[in-house]
Design a protein around this ligand. Structure first.
Ligand code: XMP
Length: 319
């Protein structure tokens, strides 16, 4: 019989036996899986664990500060935050094609991560929050974008290149079990029940080429959406809710002024496994609030639209 407490006790013993006096490096994204893996490894080996969080300039509002506050201050994890946002944005300059963006982001991530490994003086193990479904997926479903990009944070030749042994304490667990372990380890609800967020982040939510200005607008609009989703409790009921930046200018009026500004699309979906998805029927009064707050509070946006497409044929992300 599987109980969370037993699992944690066994996992801690296993990790200690496997790691010995060696060091473990883990890429922390702030998502559920890497967060629980970090908390579990930290419980087992404490200071022998170093986590690296890469700020790729494509994060949501206050994301980096949140991760720092939680892990560094609360959990006392040895967390290195690498601000590589300038490098990512430079490499992405003028690039519009979605898969090209993903490749650039993935490659740059690996490069930055390898550099931080050297700067901490090396490690023998690479910790990863691989789950049981990832183990199956990476062998069986090829060409599925969801499994494809797991390559960016997980697997994908990284450990071989970096000559590290893998340690994956969650690889026998399903998502709901991982959440239970996370809660038992003291991770807050916002982390344990966090919606998925793609590795390329806002990079695939700014349509077309990415600029700092567009990212800034998207970040503010997205923060309003998340705030209202949290306040109304709908955040916890849907699979994902996020804003998308459309580089299309439309006319509006603000006070007595004519405006000519961008469009924000709201993508809010229900799903079980992201393979199929339905657009979520959020109550109109909440949508109204989100829309009026975005058009009033976010400079550069004159119009908000709602995406009412299901997957298939529309994917969850717009790129
Ligand atoms: P789509 O857009 O293919 O998304 O319906 C399915 C799920 O996968 C996430 N997604 C990604 N995750 N890197 C990731 O780590 C990516 O490049 C990527 N593309 C899509 C998406 O957010 C959804 O949960």
């Amino acid at each position: 019989d599987w109980t969370t407490k037993d699992f944690i006790a066994h996992a801690v013993a296993d990790i200690r036996a496997k790691v010995g006096k060696d060091r473990v490096l883990l890429g922390l994204s702030g998502g559920v899986d890497s967060s629980v893996a970090a908390a579990l490894l930290h419980k087992a080996i404490g200071k022998q664990l170093t986590c690296v969080f890469v700020d790729n300039g494509l994060l949501r509002k206050d994301e980096r500060e949140y991760v720092e506050a939680l892990y560094k201050r609360n959990f006392k994890i040895d967390l290195r935050v690498v601000d590589a946002s300038k490098l990512f944005l430079k490499r992405l300059k003028g690039v519009s094609e979605p898969e090209t963006k993903r490749k650039i982001i993935g490659r740059t991530f690996v490069e930055v991560f390898e550099k931080s490994l050297r700067s901490i003086g090396g490690a023998q193990f690479l910790g990863q929050g691989t789950l049981y479904p990832d183990v199956i997926e990476s062998v069986s479903i090829q060409g599925n974008p969801a499994s494809l990009i797991k390559t960016h944070h997980n697997v994908g030749g990284l450990p071989e290149r970096m000559k590290l042994k893998l340690i994956e304490p969650l690889r026998e667990l399903f998502k709901d079990e991982v959440r239970q372990v996370g809660a038992a380890l003291g991770l807050p609800r916002e982390v344990v029940w966090r919606q998925p967020f793609p590795g390329p982040g806002l990079g695939v939510r700014v349509m077309g080429d990415i600029t700092a200005d567009k990212l800034a607008i998207l970040r503010e609009a997205d923060a309003v959406l998340q705030d209202e989703m949290m306040k109304s409790g709908h955040y916890w009921k849907v699979w994902q809710s996020f804003a998308v930046f459309l580089p299309v200018k439309t006319v509006g009026v603000f006070g007595d002024e004519r405006t000519y500004d961008y469009v924000i699309a709201l993508r809010i979906v229900e799903s079980i496994d992201a393979m199929t998805a339905d657009w979520a029927k959020i109550p109109h009064d909440i949508l109204q609030k989100i829309s009026s707050r975005i058009t009033n509070e976010v400079r550069g946006v004159s119009r908000v639209v709602l995406d009412i497409s299901s997957k298939p044929p529309a994917t969850i992300e717009w790129e």
